[in-house]
Write a protein that binds this ligand. Structure first.
Ligand code: SAH
Ligand code: SF4
Ligand code: F3S
Length: 451
């Protein structure tokens, strides 16, 4: 028997969306056979990888400021290697290496599988930036992380072909590619065999998923729902233009598909939607929302909104405010429009001041907070099924988990409940979470279920 490989500390800082969380997990899986083991303090790392986002300028700033903080550490520990990957790496490439002397390697979103080779080169003093997208090997599946936990992400498609006028993602992630359903199913099975119970499927637009062997996203959901050991299946993101009736029916009929959908509208004004190149109207969006709400009982519907897109008039903004009233989102992510490189919107006329954008955003967020609070208070008295994830962030003796509809629920309970699905009666609604009380009897009844 060979000697076990001595452990080398790996610290991964992840910015941005769940795709990056998935990719970071895969980096850990890929580097584990080389002896790299995740540490939770960069001080103990031999290698630091920063997985970056560039969706808005603020996201980019966060990365640069984090990178700045690492300069001192690199100065103190000469053998430490620092690598930067993800969307900012894809966007900037060699420029980053030129500008940041304490960076040892830069790797784009399509070359994660080449990390072992890039790290070896960096260790030998050769700094490289690699940003090719869509090479043949890029499509090969990467190993799952050694200890994946109870929840995991699974990317079912990469890239995006939609070219929304404001968005950098098609440029940082390349063209859309669906992974074969067989490969996705094998990865889901491996995750569940390692103890995962909840999987979130990822794609910039999962509704346009197309198995190269035939089959759409509804078929994929039906197939994955049967994965042994899997309790819960979620997915993000749904582009409204591609949300099919088949998918709505799959959500309505599959017990293991959770009652949650993220359906970004971006704006409530037809004029702005057109300028954004979203390819649906306010009416079409609202029709999909009502169909979903009608068919999927207990559905939580979330979205994204951009305020202050170039040329957005006060009337356009009011149309977005009224969309909030009509849809009554369960949760909403909202952003000030931000110019991005390579995008059409960046070259448009009618840019709004930061001040106007900030005021519109504050107004929108204040109203959404009221709506979320009203909705959450309306859930008081209801019993929700919660997958317990761990101790609550705040408060002694409390545990926290998510309901089927994705809401965070805090309640009194011990660590024995972690990893179990329990039924919790809601006693209080807050803006971003719920508080409840565990029903012991219902826990026992539930645990005897065939899970
Ligand atoms: N594929 C997903 C979104 C990915 S980006 C979708 O189509 O919904 C996540 C969110 O960031 C977008 O939904 C949008 O609301 C926001 N966003 C993207 N580019 C932006 C920009 N240039 N300025 C402000 N917000 C932006
Ligand atoms: Fe960006 Fe639009 Fe693609 Fe979403 S669908 S990633 S917003 S281009
Ligand atoms: Fe950011 Fe790239 Fe995701 S730009 S939002 S990390 S796809």
């Amino acid at each position: 028997m060979g000697q076990p490989t001595p452990s080398r500390g790996l610290y991964i800082a992840t910015f941005g969306c769940q795709m990056n969380v998935y990719d970071s997990d895969r980096m850990a899986g890929l580097l584990a056979p080389l002896g790299f083991e995740l540490v939770d303090d960069p001080e103990h790392a031999e290698l630091i990888l920063i997985n970056t986002c560039s969706v808005r300028r603020s996201a980019e700033h966060k990365v640069y400021s984090y990178l700045g903080q690492l300069k001192e550490l690199k100065g103190r520990r000469g053998r430490l290697l620092i690598g930067l990957g993800g969307c900012l790496a894809q966007q900037e490439g060699q420029r980053l290496l030129d500008q940041v002397p304490h960076l040892d390697l830069v790797f784009g979103t399509g070359v994660i599988h080449r990390l072992p080779e890039l790290i070896a080169e960096a260790a030998a003093g050769r700094r490289r930036a690699l940003t090719e997208l869509d090479g043949p090997a890029a499509a090969a599946p990467l190993p799952i992380p050694p200890r994946p936990g109870i929840k995991a992400h699974l990317t079912v498609m990469r890239g995006c072909d939609n070219f929304c006028a404001y968005c950098v993602v098609p440029h940082t992630r390349g063209r859309e590619h669906s992974r074969p359903a067989d490969e996705v199913a094998a990865e889901a099975a491996a995750l569940c065999a390692a103890g995962v119970r909840e999987i979130t499927l990822l794609g910039q637009n999962v509704n346009s998923y197309a198995d190269p062997g035939g089959g759409d996203f509804a078929d994929l959901l039906a197939r994955l729902a049967d994965t042994p050991g899997l309790w819960r299946l979620r997915f993000v993101t749904s582009h409204p233009k591609d949300l099919s009736d088949r998918l709505v029916e799959a959500m309505a009929s599959q017990e293991r598909v959770m009652e949650q959908i993220h359906l970004p509208a971006q704006s409530g004004s037809d004029r702005v939607l057109k300028a954004m190149n979203r390819r649906y109207s306010r009416r079409q969006y609202l029709d999909k929302v009502s169909r979903l709400r009608r068919r999927v009982e207990g559905l939580a519907l979330g979205g994204d909104i951009i305020v202050g897109f170039p040329g957005e008039t006060p009337q356009d903004f009011q149309a977005t405010m009224s969309l909030l009233e009509t849809v009554r989102y369960d949760y909403l992510f909202s952003f000030k429009y931000s110019d991005r490189p390579f995008t059409r919107a960046a070259k448009m006329n009618g840019k709004l001041s930061e001040d106007i954008k900030a005021r519109r955003l504050a107004e929108l967020q204040a109203r959404q907070r009221e709506i979320s609070l009203e909705t959450h208070r309306g859930l008081v008295g209801r019993v929700l099924e919660v997958l317990v994830e761990g101790p609550a962030k705040h408060g002694q003796g409390l545990v926290a988990g998510r309901s089927r509809c994705g809401r965070m629920v805090n309640f009194t309970g011990g660590p024995d409940l972690i990893g179990r699905v329990v039924r919790v009666r809601i006693t209080e609604g807050r803006v971003n979470s719920l508080v409840g009380r565990l029903n012991q009897e219902e826990v026992q009844r539930h645990d005897t279920n065939d899970r």
